[in-house]
Design a binder for this molecule. Structure first.
Ligand SMILES: [Fe+2]
Ligand SMILES: [Fe+2]
Length: 249
């Protein structure tokens, strides 16, 4: 009797079959599998059958232009980014300034295309070289502010978080610390406005097109002429990892 495969084994077998169809061997980064597998144990390698290893574009993904723009990342790596576009549109409708609309449009790009945990910090770091300091500051601290109500400006603790995390959920100490810091900062309201315009309930009936934000992005996001990922900025490597997530080295 062959023992039944576990869900993880089945998933791995399916994945192996998929990668065997590729002409390159794909080895996943530990962070993709940690939890499903114990990171103290080496990641198993698919049989390479004499193939080369993935060192660039993964043919299972849409190919990105040579000089990718922020919108290219939205189209080829973040889609569907409805939550971001709906939040930015709500900010516009509420009469927010361009910095806030820009911040809303990218506030969760880490969730949309990179790493969920601590997404505000990752997202801020990604865009930091290209936006006004106030914009990346606001994105960084929405991470903490979202867990704390400010009834005076109309921000209530999200119902959704009670459902998602339980009524007794307490943010980690570093989140509480960053909340206290942001609360006293001059740019507090910029970050708070991200939370206020953040749509916690995604509405599938509202369709927003990226092109609505072309002008605001043009004025508030310094698109590098070499393309995002190729400009040697402090976050260029992060954009490249989003573009080529399975690169071996
Ligand atoms: Fe967020
Ligand atoms: Fe959000």
């Amino acid at each position: 009797m062959i023992p039944a495969m576990t869900t993880l084994e089945k998933a791995e077998a399916a994945e192996r079959a998929l990668s065997e169809e590729l002409d390159r061997v794909v080895v996943k980064s530990v962070i993709y599998t940690s939890g499903e597998r114990d990171p103290r144990v080496p990641v198993p390698r698919p049989p390479d059958q004499g193939k080369r290893y993935m060192m660039g574009h993964d043919p299972r993904l849409a190919r990105m232009p040579d000089r990718p723009t922020l919108f290219d990342f939205f189209k080829y790596r973040f889609a569907p980014a409805n939550h971001l576009m709906q939040s930015a549109r709500l900010a516009l409708k509420n009469g927010a300034g361009e910095k806030v609309v820009m911040a809303c449009l990218v506030h969760d790009i880490a969730i949309a295309g990179f790493i969920r945990g601590d997404h505000g910090y990752w997202g801020a770091q990604l865009v930091e070289p290209y936006v006004d300091e106030e914009v990346s500051w606001a994105i960084r601290y929405h991470q903490a502010l979202r867990f704390f109500a400010d009834e005076a400006v109309g921000y209530h603790y999200p119902e959704m978080y009670v459902k998602l995390f339980g009524a007794d959920y307490q943010p980690d100490e570093y989140i509480q610390r960053d909340y206290r810091y942001a609360r006293e900062h001059t740019w507090y309201m910029t970050s708070r406005l991200i939370c206020i315009n953040d749509l916690y309930a995604f509405d599938p009936t509202v369709q927003v097109r990226l092109e609505e934000f072309t002008d605001i992005v043009g004025r508030n996001f310094k698109q590098p002429k070499e393309g995002l990922g190729f400009d040697a900025s402090p976050s260029a490597h992060m954009w490249r990892t989003i573009m080529w997530p399975t690169k071996y080295l």
